[in-house]
Design a protein around this ligand. Sequence first.
Ligand SMILES: Cc1cc2nc3c(=O)[nH]c(=O)nc-3n(C[C@H](O)[C@H](O)[C@H](O)COP(=O)(O)O)c2cc1C
Length: 283
Amino acid sequence: MKLPYSEIEAKVFPNFKGGEKNLWAKMFSDGSNRILHGKLEPGATIGMHCHDTSSEIIYILKGDGKVLVEDGIEYLKPGDCHYCPKGQSHSLQNNSNKEDLEFFAVVPEQDVFEKMKARRSIRKFRKELPSKEKIEKVIEAGRWAASGRNKQSSIIVAVTNKEIIQKLTKINGEIAERHNPLGEFYGAPVVLIVLSDKNWRNKVYDGSLILGNMMIAAHDLGLGSCWIHRAQQEFEMPEWKDWLKNLGIEGEWEGIGHLALGIPDGDYPNEIPRTGNKVFWCE
Ligand SMILES: Cc1cc2nc3c(=O)[nH]c(=O)nc-3n(C[C@H](O)[C@H](O)[C@H](O)COP(=O)(O)O)c2cc1C
């Protein structure tokens, strides 16, 4: 797979990781691996930072580089490679005051914590279905979610039928009272609907956790997903209640949410910073 670096937009990051001057970079990420073509202008640095959840490999293409590591300094010339193992800290510096330091850096396959951070809601999908094996794995991750009193009362309806997805898109847009030109499901070839027993008091919590598990699992499998709301209103409608009955699903169900699922198309969305102080300690 040739990565399309000629088409990737270059961005300038001033004081990257608390460093000096500018980093110019073309970044590729598929949500699991990050591969960066970077240049540090003369005198520029990437600040000291810890790779607490993933390693990094830096290969020097041009210029004169210096890496500060925890126990010393490494000098790097074109063709040299620096490896920062998981758990260690480093800072990359342009050691020249004349020319750029040019390099490729790879932050490979991340652990579960990094993956949770890297997961984004995907709103553009390829038309083709992901493999059934992958869809089943996503569903299985949902099945393993915790549930209040271990009731396991929620169900997942996996829809790949195009006609039904079209109908869901239409009704979901009507409930949202808007016209999303991409469709409320963004053209996803799979919609996983989570419903919970209407009479179970933990129905929303249990169902939401299933959706959360499935989003992380989808991301881990290289798939994209997005929670699509308004399932509650949909499954109040006689037409959709009948649809469940026709699938052989008896009982009273409350729609918790849909997961639009598929193979992401286009650039992976950028990180969305978590804002504000939302954590309070009592020690
Ligand atoms: C309860 C809930 C309902 C959501 N409903 C929708 C929706 O109807 N349409 C949509 O495009 N995204 C929906 N989202 C996705 C959020 O917009 C998204 O999670 C948020 O913008 C943060 O982005 P991230 O998932 O990439 O971190 C929903 C998310 C949650 C948790």
